[in-house]
Design a protein around this ligand. Structure first.
Ligand code: ATP
Ligand code: MG
Length: 419
């Protein structure tokens, strides 16, 4: 579990804010507004973790916020209707949101309306968990009306207000709870744990984009394996395929999650490795094509034996490319039965890369133009010949020099003489 470093006194990260953040807060204050850091950055700051992003809240309307920054920063009207503008100041992007109260949730996704308020407490009350419902104002300290600091210290995820109501309002919070469980190692309190399980089916109505945004963070968390073991039913709502495998498959997924680097594609492969229809699952969850191809390359080659020998590694490199092969080895390092060999293969891969060995068409010392000049006809024969040459170079049968490659092409096509 992430340890709580300070007690009462704001952590250094909060007292020594990056210049741009401090400046943004001062600019708002100098214009007569109250400005706070809120949400994740306060939580992370108190935990001694470097915040991923800086969110500010102020009793300023979006246009008032924009007016404070217009002469010194880029102002992007990200979500003015919800009170949010993004400010790019000295290269740091910050979201600044007007204190607000959320209206009714009729679609369980986002409030139908929001109302602005002058009260920071009301703004904090709409937030999901107590540890995310603290605000920090330089000079004033941490404002913590819901006991977030105590929960932070105890490692507890507790909803602001009644868990059941909060999860029904916005079902994404169910997945966010698991995401923080995974990232921080915190435990859900009894009401949140019950609320998550009882309301999990509501996740069916949450858009794929919102789900994957949280799922990616969850899977890359340090406690992803534990989270999957504790709450498999929640994952099964948006990936029912997880339920059709045997219990061993889920156990194996947990093991690999716990033993791989926190890279999205590797962790997705770990989660889905035992499922049928990985492509369909990822397409349904709206992952982009590149991510889907990466994950498929991992799940399809999950059992592949990659011998730690240069020739084999060159073959794999030319099949998958360096990026994918590295991901595959990372994935295999997470499997008890493959880890040892994958580590050895990685060492050989590093050697092969350092040697500058040719493993792609682009690396060949002869190209299509050379073959045309030699008299080969334009068309598919050129590509086929180059592939053949590459395969022979990769296998170490011939060196990658122009003269040898052209001689091999001539031999192949029985062409006399040449250049
Ligand atoms: P991260 O460090 O990953 O950015 P975060 O806690 O900052 O985590 P964000 O998604 O950036 O998460 O949201 C910022 C803050 O907005 C949260 O800390 C929380 O206070 C509030 N929040 C975000 N999503 C919700 C939600 N669905 N329901 C209630 N409050 C939310
Ligand atoms: Mg954030």
């Amino acid at each position: 579990m992430t340890t709580y470093r300070t007690s009462g006194i704001p952590a250094r990260i909060l007292t020594e804010l990056p210049g741009a953040v401090r400046r943004a807060l001062s600019l708002l204050e100098e214009s007569g507004h109250r400005a706070y850091l809120v949400g994740g950055c306060v939580r992370d700051g108190l935990l001694g973790r470097t915040p991923g992003d800086w969110d500010l809240a102020a009793d300023a309307l979006p246009e008032e916020t924009a007016a404070c920054f217009v002469s010194c920063a880029r102002v992007i009207p990200t979500g003015v209707r919800h009170g949010t503008v993004t400010v790019l100041l000295d290269g740091v992007a910050m979201e600044i949101t007007t204190f607000r109260v959320d209206g009714q949730y009729s679609d369980m996704r986002r409030p139908d309306s929001v109302a602005f308020t002058a009260d920071i407490r009301e703004d904090l009350a709409r937030r999901d968990f107590t540890v995310n419902a603290m605000a920090y104002r330089p000079g004033e300290g941490v404002f913590d009306p819901f006991g977030g600091e105590a929960d932070l210290r105890a490692g507890i995820l507790r909803c602001v207000g009644e868990a059941d109501v909060r999860f029904r309002e916005d079902a994404l919070r169910i997945l966010r709870a698991l995401r923080f469980r995974s990232q921080l190692g915190f435990h859900l309190d009894a009401a949140a744990a019950r609320g998550v399980l009882e309301n999990r089916r509501l996740l069916e109505r949450v858009s794929a984009e919102r789900i994957t945004h949280e799922l990616d963070k969850l899977l890359c968390g340090r406690y992803a394996a534990e989270t999957l073991r504790e709450y498999p039913e929640v994952f099964e709502v948006f990936i029912p395929e997880l339920a059709s495998g045997d219990a061993g498959a889920l156990e194996r997924a947990g093991y690999v999650l716990g033993h791989t680097v926190p890279v999205r594609e590797v962790r997705l492969a770990a989660l889905l490795g035992g499922c049928e229809g990985v492509r369909e699952i990822l397409t349904r969850l709206r992952y982009d094509r590149a991510a889907i191809q990466h994950v498929l390359a991992l799940t399809e080659n999950r059992e592949a034996v990659i011998p730690p020998r240069e020739r084999e590694i060159r073959r794999w490199l030319s099949r998958l490319g360096e990026e994918r092969l590295r991901l595959l080895l990372e994935f295999q390092k997470g499997e008890a039965s493959r880890a040892h060999e994958a580590k050895e293969a990685e060492a050989v891969l590093n050697r092969v890369i350092a040697s500058g060995a040719c493993v792609t068409l682009a690396g060949l010392a002869a190209g299509g133009e050379d073959l045309l000049a030699m008299g080969l006809p334009r068309g598919p024969v050129i590509g086929r010949t180059l592939s053949h040459l590459l395969a022979r170079v990769v296998d170490g049968d011939i060196p990658n020099t122009r003269g040898v490659l052209l001689a091999e092409a001539r031999r192949l096509w029985n062409i006399e003489g040449g250049r």
